[in-house]
Design a protein around this ligand. Structure first.
Ligand code: FAD
Length: 329
């Protein structure tokens, strides 16, 4: 591990002031960053602890929520309003990691956790364009079972690992960011990048920019929502495919719907094509399957993950069928 200096910021202003250095990294719960430092994938020489930022969940008059960046994953999952109004978010968080890790992990850190591609972590033996731009990608022709089928590039086929972000993108979450130029907000859907020829850049954040909060708009249909994660082990494993979905029916037709997939791309994948195919149509198994197939029409599977589009379609169809029956499984 590279030697580093540690400082703790009392608030966002101090974090920005301390975080201006070229090799400075913000430290949330440390459950991802410290692992990356141990493996020498990340080599900051200065850590600014940002767990002193807001750890409050504020209920807004319109029914939405403002979630401070330092809120721990467990606290968010267990919050009364989240459980009642956004159950897919509670389920997504609880599907991730372990209780101990969720107790440490923060909202800001969860959004910016890095891929679990084994070639990214293998500093000794593997080429990885995300870790070392221009080096090449050993995952493309390697063991790529967990890798992307949507939005990948020649340079990178890694997936984004967060469960929480899949629910957040389905819920139209807004990210609050502060930087040298002031404060700004952006839809979570625009935070993470597809790799293109710059897979080293996971997000659109500028160096030194700080996540200060995540906002959940009021969304009535989210009260009838869920998250389902398909993985190789029943717990403590990342998603092969996951689905976050909310469904509102008008009789036997779909009045409104939200769908996002995890485990299929370098970003949490909002399924706009599937939503468009479903909205106003019949709430039938055939329509649910057809919607998923529309979303994966452009999928480009790799040697070991050709099962993913079909798995995603079956998972979405099962989730929507349960929601239609009023069973949030
Ligand atoms: C064994 C194991 C299993 C796991 N399984 C899952 C799983 O199944 N599903 C899942 O979703 N996750 C899983 N995780 C990942 C876990 O959810 C993340 O490690 C955690 O959410 C990261 O949060 P953190 O606060 O610890 O971030 P840190 O490790 O502190 O930071 C992560 C990144 O975010 C940056 N950062 C932190 N806070 C801010 C901020 N406010 N503004 C700007 N940048 C910031 C850091 O600089 C760093 O780059 C697993 C982790 C482990 C170790």
């Amino acid at each position: 591990m590279t030697p580093f200096r540690y400082e703790r910021a009392a608030d966002a202003g101090e974090a920005l002031r301390l975080g201006a250095g070229a090799a400075t990294a913000y430290l949330g719960g440390g459950t991802n960053l410290v692992d990356l430092m141990r493996e020498t994938v990340a080599r900051p020489d200065h850590l600014v602890d940002v767990t002193g930022l807001s750890a409050t969940i504020t209920e807004r008059d319109d029914g939405g929520l403002l979630i401070g960046a330092a809120v721990r994953n467990t606290a968010l999952a267990e919050h009364r309003a989240v459980r009642a109004r956004y159950p897919m978010l509670t389920r997504a968080i609880l599907a991730g990691a372990s209780a101990q890790i969720r107790n440490m992990a923060t909202v800001g850190g969860n959004l910016l956790q890095r891929t679990r591609c084994a070639y990214f972590y293998d500093t000794e033996g593997a080429r990885c364009n995300k870790r070392q731009p221009g080096a090449g990608c050993d995952a493309r022709d390697g063991f790529n079972r967990i890798h992307a089928v949507l939005g990948a590039s020649e340079a990178c086929v890694a997936t984004h690992p967060s469960d929480m972000c899949v629910a957040l993108v389905a819920l139209d979450a807004i990210v609050h960011v502060a930087g040298a130029g002031g404060e700004r907000t952006l839809p979570l859907a625009e935070l993470h990048r597809l790799p293109g020829d710059r897979p080293d850049l996971d997000t659109v954040l500028a160096p030194g920019e700080l996540i200060t909060a995540v906002e959940l708009p009021a969304l009535g249909l989210a009260a009838r929502s869920t998250y389902r994660k398909v993985r190789d082990r029943a717990s403590y494993a990342f998603a092969l495919v996951s689905v976050a979905a909310a469904l509102e029916l008008d009789g036997d037709r779909v009045r409104d719907v939200r769908v996002a997939f995890g485990g299929v791309a370098a970003k949490p994948w909002r399924a706009l094509a599937a939503e468009a195919a479903l909205r106003g149509g019949p709430a039938t198994a055939a329509a649910f399957h057809a919607a998923a197939e529309a979303e994966f029409a452009t999928a480009q599977p790799l040697r070991h993950n050709a099962f993913k589009p079909a798995l995603a379609a079956r998972t979405l169809a099962a989730v929507l069928a349960d929601l239609a029956k009023g069973e949030a499984a």
